[in-house]
Write a protein that binds this ligand. Structure first.
Ligand code: UD1
Length: 378
């Protein structure tokens, strides 16, 4: 049994980014490349575009044939294709984003969600293990807290049963990855629980490009701002919050992406004390080279809650005109309020979110107004 060492410089570290052409994945590729890491993207383009990777090259100044960024169009359920990826690249660590993510759709298509997200991750981990790659950062979600027991939410806040299959896949995969470590102490696992990622790269070249009518607030507001949709529906104004609308912890996607780079450094033993606090975190004994072992769990948020109306008004400032909105009934499954305690990520990963809501909306607007049809028109 062995695991690849992360106790080396980024220039000689190769990171497999599954779902690397997607919204969070593409921004993470930029931050990894900026730090000098080599990146291999695996993406089946089912909910993303190859153009995003061309833009990643443009932002980071890489030519089309620069080997620091490689791309394989394949699904993580395809064991043979994944095996080729590991054969052709000296992969050291995985950042695993690939997965379906629409809450409503997951209720209609539970089989597809469990198959793609859960079985796909099992295939990925099993191929990775064959190549002694046991360093993995997993894209989890604050959804695992369900209706939170307390706010701000720390990593010690108990998990609650998910209200939909999408959330359940996140929760299940946290468990699967934790059990991998329990069965084989060579594994080095980080579970990152994202709050609400929004915004876009400041260049306006990459951003969120949802298919069809957006389910999430920010892309919906952005499409109203650009004139593609008529009016934002505000789902409930009778919550026990300051203005009655739902409160969330919105985080700039670039801050979030940097959190992944910080997690890699932590796994390599370059930052932090290794103290694992919080339910489910397991503090393992570091390897001889100082590389960590165990399961680290971190919230990635800003620690600040904003209401739906706060978001609409921040976006109005960004785009320079008023946005039509209308109060609608509550959406099933929504909680009144959720925001993160981010002390653990600050203390251990040395990471804090830098950008505020106005900056998130300004960057989102730059992306939306210069790419009104996302990557499609390119
Ligand atoms: C949702 C998912 C969460 C997932 C995350 C991914 C649910 C219940 N939760 O989080 O599991 O990890 O997306 O990004 O779907 N809102 C409106 N009008 C809209 C859309 C949203 O008022 O058109 C409100 C919602 O009621 C909520 C807030 O805006 O108060 C944020 O909603 P959304 O962007 O969908 O994110 P979450 O529901 O927090």
């Amino acid at each position: 049994m062995a695991n690849k060492s992360l106790a080396k410089v980024p220039e000689s570290t190769c990171v497999l980014v599954t779902g690397g052409a997607g919204f969070i994945g593409s921004h993470t590729c930029v931050e990894l490349l900026n730090k000098g890491y080599r990146v291999v993207v695996v993406d089946d383009l089912s909910n993303s575009s190859k153009v995003a990777l061309d833009r990643v090259r443009q932002i980071t100044g890489l030519s089309a044939d620069d080997a620091r960024l490689a791309f394989y169009e394949c699904n993580i359920l395809d064991r043979e294709a994944l095996t080729r990826v590991f054969q052709e690249n000296e992969i050291d660590a995985i950042i695993h984003f690939a997965g379906f993510k629409a809450v409503g759709e997951s209720v209609q298509k539970p089989l597809e969600y469990y198959w793609n997200n859960v079985a796909g991750t099992l295939v990925l981990c099993s191929v990775a293990r064959e190549f002694d790659v046991k360093n993995i950062v997993f894209s989890s979600s604050a959804t695992v807290y369900g209706e939170p027991d307390f706010i701000p939410i720390t990593e010690s806040c108990p998990k609650h049963e998910a209200t939909n299959p999408y959330g359940e896949t996140k929760s299940m995969l946290e468990r699967v990855l934790t059990d991998l470590y329990k069965g084989d102490n060579e594994w080095n696992v980080v579970l990152l629980r994202y709050f609400n990622p929004i915004g876009a790269h400041e260049s306006g070249l990459i951003g969120e490009d949802p298919k069809g009518i957006p389910n999430n607030l920010l892309p919906y507001v952005a499409q109203v701002a650009v004139g593609k949709l008529a009016c934002v529906g505000v789902f409930g104004d009778d919550y026990p919050t300051p203005d009655g609308t739902g409160v969330r912890d919105y985080i700039h996607v670039v801050d979030l992406a940097r959190g992944h780079v910080a997690a890699l450094e932590w796994m390599g033993g370059k930052v932090g004390t290794g103290e694992a606090i919080g339910i489910g975190s397991i503090k393992g004994t570091p390897a001889e080279d100082g590389t960590r072992r165990g399961v680290g769990i971190f919230n990635l948020g800003t620690g600040k809650g904003s209401s739906v109306l706060d978001v609409i008004h921040a976006f109005e400032r960004a785009c320079g005109h008023e946005l039509a909105y209308e109060i609608k009934p509550r959406r099933a499954g929504d909680v009144a309020e959720n925001y993160a305690a981010c002390d653990k990520a600050r203390d251990e990963l040395g990471w804090v979110a830098e950008y505020d809501l106005d900056r998130m909306c300004a960057d989102s607007w730059r992306w939306q107004s210069t790419n009104p049809n996302g990557y499609a028109a390119s």
